[in-house]
Ligand binder design. Sequence first.
Ligand code: AHR
Length: 313
Amino acid sequence: MKRILLSLVLAATCATTLLGADKKITVGFSQIGAESGWRTANTESIKSEAAKRGINLKFADAQQKQENQIKALRSFVAQGVDVIAFSPVVETGWEPVLREIKKAKIPVILSDRLVNVTDPSLYVTFIGADFVEEGRRAGNWLVKATGGKAVIAELVGTPGSAPAIDRKKGFEEVISKHPGMKIVKSQSGDFTRAKGKEVMESFLKSPDAKQINALFAHNDDMALGAIQAMEEAGVKPGKDILIVSIDGVRGAFEAMAAGKLNCTVECNPLIGPQLFDSVEAILAKKTLPKRTAVQEGVFEQSQAAAELPKRKY
Ligand code: AHR
């Protein structure tokens, strides 16, 4: 007990000394929402790391709406926070608000997703995954599993978001080298389980549904929804239709252990420690790299049972 108290006091001391004896670091964080298991784990990682370091976190949930994120960012400026961090729901449309933040001299960290801006000085650093590479990894797995022959349905993430754009790009880059692989259906399931199920139901009702033998879902939640839709339609997920998705959440490992999902490409949401390392480095006037990648793997059905107890999200 004594030791826990001591480490909490130490963390709080570290977080205050950067700004002077009696001032806590205040960070405004605008989160996209709670659309997926991945996002819930990401939020938890950020909140728990802030608490551990004694950082005053102003957390705003945008419910997947860019306008709510912009409002939150402006309110962080009005409150005079020390650092602003956010996970942008889509790539474009951020320049005006980022210019306002720059004018207020508040450093910005992009967490998880990048923005598309002409002036890179509008943010200090980006911490997140390489989504193009994740798409390539999913494509490579499918090429290997099908010998380069597949009729593919694709569940796309939120339109205009960095992971949806980049994962599609990486996946298509790989499969385009194999004339036997083609995407015959492609629609957004908005990264949610409910939407993934709904879109898969419509794919399965289409006249050419019988030829589909592979599914690429841009995240696990949509794949899990699609699995439900397949089972309700009498299609065996993981067998009649091979499924590869992205994230590596616990539910995906459970589905793999049950033989219903074939592969998940990891996208690590536990970036709270890296985020607050960056906050502290910025306030200590250290120079940061423009981009910090997170470490990720690829997992197949055969690894699911052994990996499941070790999953942290
Ligand atoms: O930006 C990361 C993506 O966003 C995750 O793959 C997905 O599950 C989440 O909604």
